[in-house]
Design a protein around this ligand. Structure first.
Ligand SMILES: NC(=O)c1ccc[n+]([C@@H]2O[C@H](COP(=O)([O-])OP(=O)(O)OC[C@H]3O[C@@H](n4cnc5c(N)ncnc54)[C@H](OP(=O)(O)O)[C@@H]3O)[C@@H](O)[C@H]2O)c1
Length: 281
């Protein structure tokens, strides 16, 4: 399907799943804006994607999506450049080995993986609503299965485990998607989330010691390619079949059930309120 003329934003598209997603959507003719933290890498990726797509409709917006300033700045920069937004792919994410906070005092996993999606999306809602039809695609993970949010210790400040923080942030992606889809009912904007598969990307490469060794071993044994890992994101961003579907979790381009806990609407509401408060919205 040609996506000529459509405006697409992909976060974390200087590497991994996001980069392949941006490249393939640009190859379908879409104008793609890559939002990532590293300006030099961003400019390199823009050149690479323009060459792959055969047109110049690939742009870069530099933003550290771990800080509230970066999230808001990205939304403002995009609003300054675009008149409407047809597809937003929230993809930038990472796992953090140690408990660390951002300049806003927010735990890094929670900040980047959840608030990064939340603040950018809410900041871009008017642009999305200005499109004829628009899609929000949130890259979550099957890692959410088994996770539960502890609202008394939402950012794992009292006891930190990298995997727990990561899997909770991916559960937060699912809660956010379902709550957002509810709020978007009656508009022409859909919101879905997905598991990309276990992908041999740079994910986990910023860890060290035994953690990094384990990531390396598991990736070399069981991981799929970045091309395969991007398939469900590309499907949700472009396939006519899902143009009217909203509030669903996808794996291998099919809607599947997410964890039982992820359907807890009260928890989703509580997370929304806590996120608004942390983001000062
Ligand atoms: N890999 C997997 O097996 C797997 C499985 C399930 C879900 N996921 C999810 O898939 C998404 C993409 O992961 P990936 O595997 O493609 O990881 P990746 O290869 O490490 O790529 C992550 C991307 O996010 C960007 N990024 C990181 N921190 C950022 C920040 N503070 N501000 C802005 N951009 C930032 C990175 O930019 P730089 O280029 O500057 O590093 C890079 O472009 C994540 O949400 C992850 O949770 C991955």
């Amino acid at each position: 399907m040609s996506m000529k003329g459509l405006e697409i934003v992909v976060t974390g598209a200087t590497d991994g799943i996001g980069k392949v997603t941006a490249r393939e959507l640009a190859k379908k003719g879409a104008n793609v804006t890559v939002v990532s933290r590293n300006a030099e890498k961003g400019e390199r990726v823009v050149k690479e994607l323009r060459a792959a797509a055969g047109h110049n409709g690939v742009q870069f917006v530099q933003a550290d999506l771990m800080t509230l300033k970066g999230m808001r700045g990205a939304a403002e920069a995009l609003k300054g450049r675009l008149k409407r937004l047809d597809v937003l792919v929230n993809n930038a994410g990472a796992i953090f080995q140690k408990y660390e906070t951002t300049s806003d005092g927010i735990e890094k996993t929670f900040a980047l993986n959840h608030l990064g999606y939340f603040v950018l999306t809410l900041g871009l809602l008017d642009l999305l609503k200005a499109a004829e039809r628009a899609r929000i695609v949130n890259v979550a993970s099957q890692a959410h299965v088994g996770a539960k949010l502890d609202f008394a210790n939402l950012q794992n400040a009292t006891s930190y485990s990298a995997w727990r923080a990561y899997s909770q942030s991916k559960l937060a992606n699912v809660y956010f998607t379902y709550a957002l889809a509810q709020r978007l009912k009656g508009t022409r904007v859909t919101a879905n989330c997905l598991h990309p598969g276990f992908v041999a990307s740079r994910f986990g490469d910023e860890t060290s010691g035994i953690f990094r060794v384990l990531f390396g071993i598991v990736k070399s044994i069981g991981a799929i390619s970045e091309e395969d890992g991007a398939k469900t994101s590309i499907f949700l961003a472009s396939a006519p079949d899902v143009a009217d579907q909203s509030g669903l979790y996808f794996d291998k381009c099919k809607a599947v059930r997410s964890s039982k806990v992820s359907y807890d609407e009260a928890a989703a509401r509580e997370l929304w309120l806590a996120s608004e408060k942390l983001a000062g919205l």
